[in-house]
Design a binder for this molecule. Sequence first.
Ligand SMILES: Cc1cc2nc3c(=O)[nH]c(=O)nc-3n(C[C@H](O)[C@H](O)[C@H](O)COP(=O)(O)O)c2cc1C
Length: 228
Amino acid sequence: MTSFHHPRRPLVVGIGGTTRAASSTERALGFALRGAEAAGARTRLFGGTFLHSLPHYAPEHSERTDEQLELIEAVRHADALIIATPGYHGGVSGLVKNALDTLEELRADERPYLDGRAVGCIVTAYGWQAAGSVLTSLRAIVHALRGWPTPFGAGINTLETRFDSVDTCSDAKVVDQLATVGQQAAQFALAFTAQRAPAANATNAPNSTNAAHGANQQTQPARKLHAV
Ligand SMILES: Cc1cc2nc3c(=O)[nH]c(=O)nc-3n(C[C@H](O)[C@H](O)[C@H](O)COP(=O)(O)O)c2cc1C
């Protein structure tokens, strides 16, 4: 595994799952987050129960719930993300998409949306067709949010692979694939923060917002943007 000098452990935020208590999507996400931890990251999971607590994102309303703000703040401070969705009717599930829509609140940040952050993508589906097509859709969403999809994304056919508990998976190859997603997200974060830290330390005042949150310095001016 490549090692990089970095000032602190990067934060990898996981978003995903379904409303089901035994969600294979959320369990798959857990495996990927453990892969990120093994690569040196801290992690935080926003699973199906949390995503279900989010109201439908309404851009015309300025009020946000505590849960919406919690998600927005976590992603704002994240160095990388891992997003896991089931394929629902050939697309990303509404539950996961609503969480991603909520990230519209990051449009005017110095790092708008998912700018400068690697995003590992995971899809579960009852078949290979949706696993592949929804993975492509999810990566297109990540691109729209200015994120960097990791080179490896995991498509899991849950007709063939079972997640009988939070830490058991019937297929060792899938476990390896999920760990790879987590490792790639963490390694990108480590490399990116290490690469940006020296220049940022030289040019930014110590009391700037970004300095308060570590090495995630931003070279672009704040802009009002919308995802494309
Ligand atoms: C509303 C709904 C729509 C679905 N649509 C598809 C689909 O289009 N293609 C597919 O392969 N699987 C489809 N599935 C199956 C889920 O993608 C699959 O069961 C997934 O692994 C569920 O994740 P979970 O275990 O985290 O709940 C659908 C399931 C539901 C409930």
